[in-house]
Design a protein around this ligand. Structure first.
Ligand SMILES: Nc1ncnc2c1ncn2[C@@H]1O[C@H](COP(=O)(O)OP(=O)(O)O)[C@@H](O)[C@H]1O
Ligand SMILES: [Mg+2]
Length: 326
C-alpha cells in the first residue's frame, strides 16, 4: 500500500543554516509517527514543508500521494494541522471557531453541524461549545485546536508539539484523544515532540532528529533495545571489594562500576534480579542502603547517537514558551 507520507532527500536551508538536512522517511497509513528532537532540531520546519507552508530547498515529498509543491491544494485538502503556536480566535466560541473552519473547507451547513458535535465529543468539550475561547485554559484550547484539525476529516493530522507547556495530567488526556482519533477515525498522525515519554507512550514509530538529520528511526521498543541492558544502582557503605567478587560471580551481571559509594551493574531485567543481589550482598556482609533500577529510555538512545543529552538543551526554552503561552 502507498505510504501516507514519503520524503526523499528533503532539505531546507535558511541563509547559511541547514535546518533540515537530507531527510528520508516513509510514514505508513494509520500509524502514529513521531519526530523527536531538541529545540532547533528542525521538527517544525519539516512539518511546515509537509503542510505546504514552506517550500523545500531541495528534495521531494508526497503526502497521501500528492506532491507537496506541485499539488499543494490536493495536499491541503487531505491534511489537518495543529501548529506549535496557538492559533484559535479567543473572541469566538468553540462552535464558531469550528464552524468557520468548516466553511473554509466548503463543508455544507448540516454536515458542519454534525461534524462539530462529533469532534467536540471526541475531545470532551461538547458542553463547552458556546463558551468563548478566551475563557478556555491552555489545555482546553489545545483540545479545541485538535478538534479543529479533524473538522474536515483529514487523512493525515500533523501535530506540532501538541502538549508543550501543559501539565502532566492534561498531557495524558491529549494522548488519549490522539489514540482515540487514530483508532476511531482512522487518521494517520504525525506528531513532533521533545518529550521522550510522549514519543515512547504514543508513537508506533519514532524518528530521532538532531541538527536537521534523522539519527535513528524505529519503534520505541527497538530503539531502546539497541541500548541493551538495564542499570541497577546500589548505594553501599563499605565492602566494595567483597561485593565485586560476589556479583561478578553471577553470569548475568555484565559489568560492575563503583564510584562515590555507588555501584552500577549492567543487568538484563534488573527488577527481577534485586532479591538475588540483596541476598548475595547480605551473605557477603555488605549493607546496601538503597537500590534503584534504570531502564533504557529514548533519552539514552539520543545520547548514544549524538553524544549529548536532550534534556540539558530543552529545559530553558520550554519554560519560556510555557510562560509565553499563558
Ligand atoms: N524562518 C526561519 N528563518 C531562519 N531560520 C529559521 C527559520 N525557521 C527556523 N529556523 C532555524 O532552523 C532551525 C530549526 O528550527 P525548527 O524547525 O523550528 O526546530 P524545532 O521545531 O525542532 O525546534 C533552528 O536553528 C531555527 O532557528
Ligand atoms: Mg518546533
Amino acid at each position: 500500500m502507498e505510504h501516507a507520507i514519503e520524503t526523499r532527500g528533503l532539505i531546507k536551508r535558511f541563509d547559511g543554516l541547514v535546518a533540515v538536512d537530507d531527510v528520508n522517511l516513509s510514514v505508513r497509513r494509520g500509524e502514529i509517527f513521531g519526530l523527536l528532537g531538541p529545540n532547533g532540531a528542525g521538527k517544525s520546519t519539516i512539518i511546515k514543508m509537509l503542510t505546504t507552508m514552506l517550500r523545500p530547498t531541495e528534495g521531494e515529498a508526497y503526502v497521501w500521494g500528492h506532491h507537496i509543491v506541485r499539488e499543494r491544494d490536493a495536499v491541503r485538502s487531505c491534511i489537518g494541522v495543529v501548529f506549535q503556536d496557538p492559533s484559535v480566535d479567543g473572541k469566538l466560541t468553540a462552535r464558531e471557531n469550528l464552524d468557520f473552519h468548516g466553511r473554509m473547507y466548503g463543508m455544507p451547513g448540516d454536515e458542519r453541524k454534525r461534524r462539530i458535535a462529533e469532534v467536540l465529543e471526541l475531545v470532551e468539550l461538547y458542553d463547552k461549545a458556546d463558551v468563548l475561547l478566551e475563557e478556555f485554559s491552555g489545555g482546553m484550547r489545545r483540545r479545541l485546536e485538535i478538534a479543529r484539525g479533524l473538522m474536515h476529516r483529514p487523512h493525515v493530522l500533523f501535530l506540532d508539539e501538541p502538549t508543550l507547556g501543559l501539565d502532566t495530567q492534561t498531557r495524558r488526556y491529549i494522548w488519549d484523544y490522539i489514540r482515540k482519533m487514530n483508532g476511531e477515525e482512522d487518521v494517520t498522525v504525525v506528531i513532533t515532540t521533545h518529550y521522550m515519554e510522549e514519543a515512547d507512550n504514543l508513537c508506533n514509530r519514532v524518528a530521532i532528529i538532531d541538527h536537521g538529520r534523522i539519527v535513528a528511526l524505529d519503534t520505541p521498543i527497538s530503539l531502546k533495545s539497541m541500548i541493551g541492558t538495564d542499570t541497577l544502582t546500589l548505594e553501599v557503605r563499605d565492602g566494595l571489594e567483597r561485593l565485586r567478587d560476589v556479583l561478578l560471580g553471577f553470569e548475568w551481571v555484565r559489568s560492575f562500576d563503583a564510584s562515590n559509594g555507588y555501584v552500577r551493574l549492567s543487568v538484563d531485567s534488573a527488577q527481577s534480579r534485586i532479591p538475588e543481589v540483596v541476598l548475595a550482598a547480605c551473605r557477603a556482609g555488605v549493607r546496601i542502603k538503597s537500590v534503584s533500577v534504570h531502564e533504557p529510555t529514548l533519552e539514552d538512545v539520543f545520547l548514544r547517537y549524538t553524544g549529548r543529552s536532550m534534556r540539558d538543551e530543552t529545559g530553558k526554552g520550554d519554560l519560556v514558551r510555557a510562560l509565553m503561552r499563558r
